[in-house]
Design a protein around this ligand. Structure first.
Ligand code: NAP
Ligand code: F7E
Length: 343
């Protein structure tokens, strides 16, 4: 089996590559050119698979439709996972046009290309719980209404709808995975869970003194990324292309996450966390809670890590990272920072 992944250098792309390689897939991924290396999450896979050709990377970009189409035509993959995006909701308010272009053009380019192929190529679109908007405290499933609150959420609604349209109009095997927040040690460091776990590790190691956050009242249904990767793959193996929700069914506030993370190192979160308007958004998704009954019943999918377990995995990882930073600091190889990251 051959898979093509956009967004292979991101959190999900890295775990998905590892998962598919373990199932003996040939994995192809697009990497955007950057002035510094952006393959850190998959470097271990690159070194393992350079000789056997099981992992192949190409410079491309979701905005370069011609390059994406050429790659699909040349590779002739069995499955395409469209994970590439400007995935930071707060940044989507600052870069709305780029976020919208990336979120919309990639999906339609891939769908148009596979519509014209003789081979039946399966397509996975990374849809998001952000599409629901989270205004009321309801349990959200595949039939819940979309009411996005950000340029990011709006772009995901387009990609979701166009996937469904190609499925219904042209019989394309287009799957929408509506994934609620999923986190891990590979999570980008400016998302709130990783920002907290990273700070907790650094505060415990004595190389950071404070953590500045935004809205502590926002509530999210947080799961473990590795569980969700398996769910994505299961959706693609099902007989029919459909929409699927993946979620834990438990929602917790940002405050809960901070409290649990600091508790892990026997510290009181209130002694370290301050809030700043800087991290509030022009519009907020207040409350997300997912109902993944369909995936649980039909795909036999279920999350293996609960909220406490997720916090533990992330904080333990970042304690070890901070210990390495502490050694560098001791040897004067890095300078102490008051807070990390700055953005
Ligand atoms: P992520 O870590 O931010 O990864 C995003 C990926 O997209 C990276 O590989 C990034 O490349 C790539 N990318 C950005 N701009 C691109 C461009 N112009 N051309 C090609 N690739 C580009 O996101 P993630 O958490 O793995 O999420 C994967 C997908 O699922 C995203 O579409 C996200 O919106 C969606 N999603 C995520 C969650 C979640 O909780 N994690 C939930 C629902 C849906 P660089 O490494 O070079 O930046
Ligand atoms: O924010 C609040 C913030 O940026 C979570 C993406 O993967 O999941 C992710 O989007 C909540 C929000 O993730 C800070 O206001 C408070 O209410 O970690 P986040 P997100 O916006 O939920 C969805 C499903 C996706 O699809 C997205 O791609 O936390 N919050 N203080 C903060 N958030 C950040 N980033 N930083 C803070 O300091």
């Amino acid at each position: 089996m051959k898979a093509l992944i956009t967004g292979i250098t991101g959190q999900d792309g890295a775990y998905l590559s590892e998962f598919l390689l373990s199932k003996n897939y040939e994995v192809h991924g697009i990497v955007r050119r950057s002035s510094s290396f952006n393959t850190g999450r998959i470097d271990h896979l690159i070194s393992k698979h350079t000789s056997d050709g099981k992992l192949q990377l190409y410079y491309s970009d979701l905005l370069d439709s011609s390059s994406i189409t050429n790659l699909i035509n040349n590779i002739q993959p069995d499955e395409i996972y469209n994970l590439g995006a400007q995935s930071h909701v707060a940044v989507s308010f600052q870069n709305p046009i780029l976020t919208t272009q990336l979120g919309t053009l990639g999906s339609i380019t891939i769908l148009e290309t596979i519509k014209h192929l003789d081979k039946k190529v399966k397509f996975y679109q990374a849809s998001s719980s952000e599409m629901f908007g989270g205004t009321s405290k309801e349990l959200l499933d595949e039939n819940s209404l979309f009411d996005p609150k950000s340029p990011y959420g709006a772009s995901k609604v387009f990609a979701h709808d166009i996937t469904k349209i190609y499925r219904e109009s042209y019989n394309v095997f287009g799957v929408n995975g509506i994934l609620f927040n999923h986190e891990s040690p590979l999570r980008g460091e400016t998302f709130v869970t990783r920002k907290i776990s990273k700070a907790v590790g650094r505060i415990a190691a004595g190389i950071q003194s404070k953590l500045t956050l935004g809205n502590l009242d926002a509530s999210r249904d947080w799961g473990y990324a590795k569980d969700y990767i398996e769910g994505m793959w299961l959706m693609m193996q099902y007989d029919y292309p459909e929409d699927w929700v993946l979620a834990t069914g438990v929602t917790k506030t940002v405050r809960d996450f901070a409290e649990e993370a600091f508790k892990y190192v026997n510290l009181n979160w209130e002694d370290y966390v301050i809030t700043s308007e800087k991290y509030f958004r022009p519009n907020e998704v207040d409350y997300l809670l997912g109902d993944s009954s369909k995936a649980r019943e039909v795909l036999n999918w279920k999350p293996s890590v609960d909220f406490k377990g997720l916090v533990k995995i992330m904080v333990e990882h970042d304690i070890n990272e901070a210990k390495k930073d502490f050694t560098l600091l001791k040897d004067n190889l890095i300078s102490p920072t008051w807070e990390y990251p700055k953005l």
